[in-house]
Ligand binder design. Sequence first.
Ligand SMILES: [Ca+2]
Length: 280
Amino acid sequence: MDPLALAFTAALAAGADVPPLPAGAAQDAAKAAVLEILRGTEVPPPYIEALFADPRCALDQRVADRFNNPPPNQGEALPWDEYRRRVVSEERIAAGVKFLSEHGPEASAAGAAFSVDRGILAAIAGVETFYGRNTGTYPVFNVYYTIANLVPRRSSWGAKELAALIRIHYNDASDPFEVRGSWAGAFGFVQFIPSSLLAYGVDFNGDGRRSLTDWPDALGSAANYLRRNGYPAGATDFSHTSPVYWSVYAYNHSDNYARAVLALREAIVARTSVRRPSAR
Ligand SMILES: [Ca+2]
């Protein structure tokens, strides 16, 4: 066990809260890796140093536990019919119709800009976070900080994602510690990871920031992601194994997930078409 993990374990055994690493600690592998990844980029080292010295920078025991003892992948292990019954529920379909009644113009604008069906954008938000209701409570900075320091098999990935998070917030002049998400590090209404936001994120409301807790940015970023991952412009084929299916599969490598998004879209669109035939 490395010194950092030992100190971490000792702190836990003592019943202490998980401590922040001391500022400038030599064993802070996350900081060292991020400084290396961002070397030569527009992000100045003192900006990076200040983040790791911030009192909010801390290890999160829950994240280390989840990654080092992952739960079985319930979603992909379930038969499709059972997964569909749970995810494409009447409640989620009805909420999707309501979502489009409230955010239809934003979904339509994002869809039109990227030639993507607005129903599939609503369905992604519906499956990912129940239309923005469940976006996660974990401080995302610390999720990746913990992965990079305490989850050996994912440490390189954690450092890469932490560097992407820092780069986004440096460029957008926003605070990376304010981002909340899942224990696995996905955040916002459509649950991107930082590297996806860096690559595909769009500032669709023009406030200078890529914020996935603003619907225009979230829907625009999801639409851009789909298009850049094989979604054909103006596609009308939403069948299982269509190019649209594969673009959704790229979003989350799960057959059940991609099928659920397509099925939820179909159910939402069927109802909104009956109610508002001119709105599609
Ligand atoms: Ca924005």
